[in-house]
Design a protein around this ligand. Structure first.
Ligand SMILES: CC(C)(COP(=O)(O)OP(=O)(O)OC[C@H]1O[C@@H](n2cnc3c(N)ncnc32)[C@H](O)[C@@H]1OP(=O)(O)O)[C@@H](O)C(=O)NCCC(=O)NCCS
Length: 389
């Protein structure tokens, strides 16, 4: 028996859990072969292009679309709960010059639990937890954009802007960033981008949230785990790196050679391409490409889009892989003149809705998530005391 076949695990492991079905969910269905994505049965395209992000959040948390009255009440609750205590800024201000925005978001989210009157009770008993968690989820979704925009301003040496009521979450976010209320077109595109990023099966950050929740940890613990997981460049961290790549390339006629150079290197990766589940084009990329085209035509800044098309063609030709959600979201956010450092935190603002839906779903029918490991280390051996080593 080789070391890799020790009897510690019943089956050889699947690297990266590829293809493993790790649980049930009613939130989203990813059809990797057809390139389709559904939230609670609805295709994402009309949800993004005709609906609003608030409708999408309601859907993920209730498994049904709201009526007009339900949506009105839901939006009212969400938008009135967005302010965070000044103590959060006191925690983040000294860290702001030294940390990335994702680091600050992770710390800010964790600190927010100190000000939640319901959270302690959810740690000790599952009785009545669903009601408390619904209230907590509202607060987390309402406040995550406030933390991102406030932390961004702290990094620039500016004071956070308090949220205003009577807007959409998209408009509220953009207003807290700059102090300017966005135009209707800008708000619509940003809102659609939030909907497109909201949920995606057992993606890495959602799975991290569920693993944490399954220990009966609270929502803040689960969302903080998820934020840490989203940060990596193989997951949500890819979108800002797409923009860094576009900036580095600089001109459309340099794009193809740039791609060739990356793909010519051992293990070279072009950010924004490839996917574990989609074997055809990611449907979110299709919508975002459309949006990026409209936006760049409108603004006259067509360079990001043209460069992206050249990169897309070259990667497809050479590797046979397709753009994912992060590729065209970079051109969309870039055309909205958002700083690339905001791209992954914006993903977090949207994906929080999915994380929260999954944590509540996990807690509604919980079992500890605890896989086994295939031990490949040294065989059993005798301990040798320090003085004899
Ligand atoms: C998303 C991702 C992590 C999925 O990884 P995975 O399922 O483990 O896929 P693998 O790493 O096994 O890649 C399979 C093959 O495609 C290639 N590949 C995958 N993504 C690639 C990319 N972005 N650039 C170049 N080649 C890529 C790999 O080199 C490998 O080719 P090989 O068999 O010739 O070695 C991967 O595609 C990636 O790193 N993408 C870039 C980061 C990114 O955009 N992340 C956001 C995801 S939404």
């Amino acid at each position: 028996m080789t070391q890799a076949q020790t009897p510690s695990a019943p089956n050889p492991p699947t690297r990266g859990l590829e293809g493993i079905v790790a649980g049930d969910t009613s939130k989203s269905r990813v059809d990797g072969a057809q390139g389709k994505l559904f939230y609670c049965g609805y295709p994402i395209e009309p949800l993004a292009e005709e609906g609003t992000f608030e409708e999408c959040v309601y859907l993920l948390w209730n498994n049904e679309l709201p009526t007009a009255a339900q949506l009105e009440a839901f939006k009212g609750d969400l938008l009135s709960d967005a302010a965070v205590p000044d103590a959060i800024w006191d925690v983040l201000r000294p860290l702001a010059p030294h940390q990335t925005l994702m680091d600050l978001l992770r710390t800010g989210m964790s600190a927010l639990s100190a000000f939640d009157p319901d959270v302690a009770a959810t740690r000790e008993s599952s009785e009545g937890r669903d009601v408390l968690e619904r209230r907590i989820a509202m607060r987390v979704q309402a406040r995550i954009g406030t933390i991102v925009t406030g932390a961004y301003r702290l990094k620039q040496g500016k004071a956070p802007i308090a949220p205003t009521k009577g807007q959409s979450l998209a408009s509220q976010f953009l207003t807290m960033l700059t102090g300017e209320v966005p135009g209707a077109g800008e708000e619509r595109i940003f809102d659609a981008a939030l909907t497109l990023h909201a949920d995606h099966g057992f993606n890495a950050s959602t799975f991290a949230a569920r693993v944490t929740a399954a220990t009966e940890a609270d929502i803040y613990g689960a969302v903080t785990s998820a934020i840490g997981t989203l940060t990596g460049r193989l997951h949500g961290g890819a979108n800002m790196r797409v923009m860094f790549m576009l900036q580095e390339i600089g001109e459309v006629d340099k794009a193809a050679a740039f791609v060739d150079d990356i793909l010519g290197r051992p293990k070279g990766r072009v950010m924004g391409f490839g996917h574990r589940v989609y074997k055809v084009e990611d449907p979110r990329a299709t919508v975002l490409r459309r949006m990026a085209k409209v936006l760049t035509d409108e603004t006259g800044h067509t360079k990001w889009f043209e460069m992206s098309r050249v990169i897309e063609d070259r990667v497809k030709e050479t590797k046979g892989i397709f753009p994912n959600v992060d590729f065209y979201s970079a051109s969309v956010y870039g055309s909205l003149e958002l700083d690339p450092e905001l791209f992954t935190p914006i993903f977090a603002v949207s994906r929080a809705s999915g994380w929260l839906a999954h944590v509540m779903e996990q807690h509604a029918d919980n079992r500890l998530i605890r896989p086994r490991a295939n031990y490949v280390g040294a065989p059993e051996r005798a301990y040798v005391g320090l003085s004899d080593r």
